[in-house]
Structure formats: C-alpha cells, structure tokens
Design a protein around this ligand. Structure first.
Ligand SMILES: Cc1cc2nc3c(=O)[nH]c(=O)nc-3n(C[C@H](O)[C@H](O)[C@H](O)COP(=O)(O)OP(=O)(O)OC[C@H]3O[C@@H](n4cnc5c(N)ncnc54)[C@H](O)[C@@H]3O)c2cc1C
Ligand SMILES: *[C@@H]1O[C@H](CO)[C@@H](O)[C@H](O)[C@H]1NC(C)=O
Length: 385
C-alpha cells in the first residue's frame, strides 16, 4: 500500500485537461503555489511521438514577444520571460533545456512589434548599415530559445516529482470529468487512486477547445506553421524578418538555434489550414528564405574563400521537416472562469479556461498559468455551492 500523505485529505483536487506546455505549466503553478492535489488528463503526453494534435512538440521555440501594444499579452510574456531567464541561468533548474543567445528582429512599419521588446536584456536598435534587404528597421536583444521536447519532459518530471498524476484519457465533454471524475475518462480506471471528486477543472486543450463538448469555442481555429529542423551547431544567433504582404498579413522567416546544436528554421502562418504533414515545395521555400536571411546557416566550408552558399549546401543538414497547428483564437488567449452546473443537482463546479495561445504558448506560458491558478484559488475560496 502506498503511504497516504495526510495533507492529501484536506487538499482540494484540481484536474487539468491537456498536457501541452500550457497544461503542464498550469498544473505546476496549481501544485507549487496553489498547494492543490493535481491530476492531468490528456490524450497525448509529452514523451509520445510527435503528433499533429499536440502543437507543443512542433514549436520553434524562442521567447520573442509578439504582443506589440497589447498590454495584457505583453505582461503575460514579460512574466514568462522572467521565469525562463531564471530557469536558464548557469546552474539554473532547467539550464539544459534553454540556450541564451543574441536575437535580431528585422521589420518594417507594418510589422513592427518592437514595443513589447524594449525591456529585454541588451536591447538596442540596429544601425541602418546593418539592416538586411527587405527591412527598414531592426532591434537586437538577448533572449532564450527552448529545446521544446526536452523542456516538455522537464515540466512533466517536475509535476510528477511533486506528487502529481498524469493520466492518458480522452474527454468528449467536460461533464464526463466533472461528474464522473478522471477515472471515468481513462482506459483502465483501476490503475489509479485519484479522487473522483473534482473541485475545479482547468481546460488547457489548445486547438481541442474548438470541438470539446461544453466548450465548443468557435473563435478557435488552426494557424498552420511549417518548419525544417537542421543540424547546424555552428549557428549561435537567432534572427527573424517579418515582411508585410499585400493582404495586410506578413511572411515571417526565422532561425532558431537550440542548445543541442539543432536549428529550427521557418516558417509559415496559414489560418484554417489543417494539412498535417510538410509540403515539399514549402520546405524548399523555407530553405531559400532562411539562407538569404542568414548565409551562416550553411556549413563553414561551404562559405570558405568568399563562396556564396546555395540551398544545396543546406540539404545534407536536414533532420526532418515539421508542421504544427497553432491554436489561434479571435480575441486572443482565453483565461476566464465559468461555473458549470452539475446534472446531479449537487451544485456548481468552477471551470477555468486557459487556451488559444496561437504562436506564443511558450512565450506566455508562465504568465497565463499564474492567472489561471489565481482564478482557481479565488473560485475555491468560496463555499461549495
Ligand atoms: C511551427 C511552430 C512554431 C512555433 N514557435 C513558437 C515559439 O517560438 N514560441 C512560442 O511561444 N510558441 C510557438 N509556437 C506555438 C506553440 O507551439 C503553441 O502556442 C503551444 O504549443 C500551445 O500549447 P497548448 O498546451 O495550448 O496546446 P497543445 O500543445 O496542442 O496541447 C493540447 C493538449 O490537450 C490535449 N487534449 C486536447 N483535446 C483533448 C480532449 N478532448 N481530451 C483529452 N485531451 C485533450 C492534447 O492531447 C494535448 O495534451 C509555435 C507553433 C508552431 C506550429
Ligand atoms: C516601432 O514601434 C515603437 C512603438 O510602437 C516605436 O517606438 C518605434 O519607433 C517603432 N520603430 C520603427 C522603426 O518604426
């Protein structure tokens, strides 16, 4: 028999639905700050093979805020950066998941998001002479990139190490968890002793919020992003250029080196495109665009004696192509409390939403997790209705 922690008897039980970066970070905040007993239920888990239904495995990912003048988003992003800067410091808790590096963002007046970046370490404007073709301004600063598969497993290990339970299960409607408990939603309920009573449910299902029963948020839609993963350990600088398109959008081209020596290059922003595998012609286009932005992607020998590298120099470096579906949402990220009326007439259960992180789920993960945790605390402080 496992020893029973007597504290467990008084602690409220919060279930987090979803095990992407948002669900894991939220679950950790609920444990470490909220002091709840926390169970995560998700159909795809961090150590699973990459899957189109789990966006977090496909991210670049770097911390470069896209919040511009959106102050709510900018604060979430700043709060998250502070946590990641600390985790990534030499000797920090998750140093091996991050690389600290110099970052340059090139833009023009229509794609200028630099107002939310002015607080970054070593922030400076790029001198006119150092601008790349197609940009008319730029900023440099220091930030982190995230080795996302490693970081997801770090978060899962931290959650489990604190006594959390991670269950594989598929949920069709939030009532199944709230009224039936997590065991009603997993294939082998006898393998776990998690309580059936759910004091609060936190919904961190990303794109799943569009179809999950009881949420069915029609503001949520996919924004497809395609990338190429390269082996190029000589690249130690991150770079993005955002070029405006005639329809008011932008083409983003970026280079994100990871601590491991792998480099993710991209990308695309394709709203309402559900296509689940890389398109070969897009891979070619990404290689062309990224090489033009950063010739240093090519191996040093391909650039020796002033030689101009070509896309052919990049092909041998390819590890894999990738694509993921960012959980976009009209109106931005939803962090909000709702009350669910139970069918058994036993009152109401708080449901806290935390989804719709689009292309900034890592960038805003700690900020939104803290706000979601605070909504749980406020809701559970009230007597059970
Ligand atoms: C190419 C690309 C590059 C990106 N680059 C960056 C970057 O540099 N920086 C950055 O911050 N972000 C980046 N992003 C965005 C980032 O990946 C997302 O914002 C983030 O992963 C969203 O995380 P999530 O936890 O909300 O969703 P997900 O990672 O999709 O997790 C959803 C979880 O919910 C579970 N789930 C859903 N529905 C159900 C259900 N009905 N029952 C049970 N479980 C369910 C899933 O199994 C999964 O565990 C990028 C994305 C792409 C595609
Ligand atoms: C970008 O926007 C910020 C604030 O919105 C402004 O201060 C800055 O001058 C702009 N930069 C350029 C090059 O337009």
């Amino acid at each position: 028999m496992a020893a029973i922690n007597h504290n467990d008897l008084n602690r409220k039980h919060v279930v987090v639905l979803g095990a992407g970066v948002v669900g894991l970070t939220t679950a950790i905040q609920l444990q470490e700050v909220g002091d709840y007993k926390v169970t995560i239920v998700a159909d795809i888990l961090p150590s699973d093979p990459k899957d189109i239904r789990y966006t977090s495995q496909w991210a670049g990912g770097h911390h470069v805020s896209l919040a511009g003048n959106n102050e709510r988003q900018a604060k979430w992003d700043r709060d998250t950066f502070d946590v990641m800067w600390d985790l990534s410091k030499p000797g920090g808790d998750a140093e091996g998941c991050f690389m600290r590096l110099p970052q340059t963002e090139f833009f023009d007046p229509n794609t200028n998001k630099s107002s939310a970046l002015a607080h970054m370490p070593d922030f400076q404007s790029v001198a006119k002479d150092d601008l790349v073709p197609g940009s008319d301004a730029g900023v440099t600063f220091s930030t982190v990139t995230i080795d996302v598969p490693k970081y997801l497993n770090y978060l899962a290990a931290r959650f489990l190490g604190r006594g959390g339970t991670l269950l594989r299960g598929s949920v069709q409607h939030i009532s199944q968890i709230i009224e039936g408990g997590p065991r009603a939603c997993i294939p082998s309920p006898r393998t776990t002793t998690v309580p059936d009573v759910v004091d609060a449910l936190v919904v961190c299902v990303g794109l799943g919020a569009r179809s999950l029963g009881g949420v069915e948020d029609s503001n949520v839609y996919p924004i497809r992003g395609q990338t190429v993963l390269l082996r190029a350990p000589w690249v130690k600088i991150g770079c993005t250029i955002a070029k405006p398109t005639s329809d008011g959008g932008a083409i983003w081209t970026y280079i994100i080196p990871r601590r491991s020596g792998d480099v993710i290059v991209g990308g695309t922003l394709e709203p309402n495109d559900w296509y689940p595998v890389p398109r070969p012609e897009t891979t070619e286009d990404i290689l062309k665009r990224t090489l033009a932005l950063c010739p240093e992607l090519a191996p040093p020998e391909a650039r020796a004696n002033g030689r101009q590298p070509t896309v052919a120099d990049l092909r041998p470096l390819i590890i894999e192509g990738g694509c993921g579906l960012r959980p976009g949402r009209q109106g931005g990220i939803r962090v909000e409390l709702e009350w669910y009326s139970r069918g058994d007439g036993q009152g109401r259960t708080p449901v806290i939403h935390n989804y719709g992180h689009a292309g900034y789920g890592y960038i805003s993960s700690w900020g939104t997790a803290t706000e979601a945790m605070e909504l749980v605390v406020a809701a559970l402080r009230r007597p059970r209705l």
